[in-house]
Design a protein around this ligand. Structure first.
Ligand SMILES: [Zn+2]
Ligand SMILES: [Zn+2]
Ligand SMILES: [Zn+2]
Length: 282
């Protein structure tokens, strides 16, 4: 399974449009790994994780062939993870036909957000018009979603984030490998720890909104010290394989950490620091 990070920022991106802090100025003037779009991942060439306000730019910048996309997995309804406007241009009269079918996997609340914005904007009336097939996820940690004839399985777990909004973290299975999408979330709730016991995950990307200088951020998002706790416990209960590929991602300028500062903290612990365009294989 090949994974490409299309975006590595938290909600407001880096640079944040209205901010002149040290991190935003560095991103503005130097670009490179300091420039962070809203968090999104491409798995192989057919699966997108999250679809935020930078998606059009990400698709063009990273030369992604949208006709190969078969599914989009949406973690939760926050605006940095789902901005459905680009879906609306799949309708006849905007994009030229035929449009390939697309599955959208998300919790009920995230589907409701997309459908209600469709109605509000008046651009389209139904998923049918957009050739979208909705899959409603139950983040119970046990239901496995499969597609007939496809090498793809998904299990959703409850995230410690956005209480009441149905936020998910995901385990994607393909080619005998397991990839875990672990953002946005704080430290897992107890039932999730039990569900993950012996999962033997091969690769993981983890919420690091609070960077490596803040401490004790356990709920909603995580700081570096809590990520180390999480990875240590995942290894101890064999949720993660000993040689799993671990990446911290989803960074906010509010944490005041440069890419280099994040690497100095995480790399000695065997954890990679995400940046836009970073590719790895598990
Ligand atoms: Zn986020
Ligand atoms: Zn800033
Ligand atoms: Zn969020």
């Amino acid at each position: 399974m090949k994974i490409k990070i299309l975006g590595s920022a938290a909600a407001e991106a880096v640079p944040c449009h209205f901010c002149d802090c040290r991190i935003c100025e560095l991103a503005r003037t130097g670009g490179g790994k300091e420039l962070r779009r809203r968090t999104s991942y491409l798995i192989d060439d057919d699966t997108l994780v999250d679809y935020g306000p930078d998606i059009n730019w990400q698709m063009n910048e990273f030369k992604i062939d949208s006709f190969k996309l078969e599914r989009v997995l949406l973690t939760h309804l926050h605006a940095d993870h789902v901005d459905p406007v680009e879906f609306f241009w799949r309708r006849a009269g905007f994009a030229k036909q035929p449009i390939n079918p697309l599955k959208i996997y998300s919790s009920k609340n995230t589907h409701l957000k997309i459908i209600s914005l469709m109605a509000l904007y008046g651009n389209s009336l139904s998923y049918d018009e957009l050739n979208i097939e909705p899959v409603i996820l139950n983040p119970d940690g046990t239901t496995v979603y499969e597609e007939e004839g496809k090498d793809f399985k998904l299990t959703a777990f409850q995230a410690n984030h956005a209480p009441g909004a149905g936020p998910c973290v995901f385990m994607v299975e393909r080619s005998g490998k397991r990839f875990f999408v672990c953002n946005d979330t704080g430290y897992f709730f107890d039932p999730v720890w039990e569900q993950l016991r012996n999962a033997r995950i091969d690769g993981i990307v983890i919420d690091c909104t609070m960077g490596c200088k803040m401490e004790n951020c356990w709920n909603g998002h995580m700081s570096g010290d809590v990520i180390l706790e999480l990875v240590g416990k995942m290894r101890a209960i064999r949720a993660l394989k000993a040689d799993a590929f671990v990446v911290a991602n989803h960074f906010s300028h509010n944490a005041d950490c440069t890419h280099e500062e994040l690497e100095a903290f995480f790399n000695p612990m065997g954890i990679e620091v995400g940046y836009d365009g970073f590719e790895f294989e598990i």
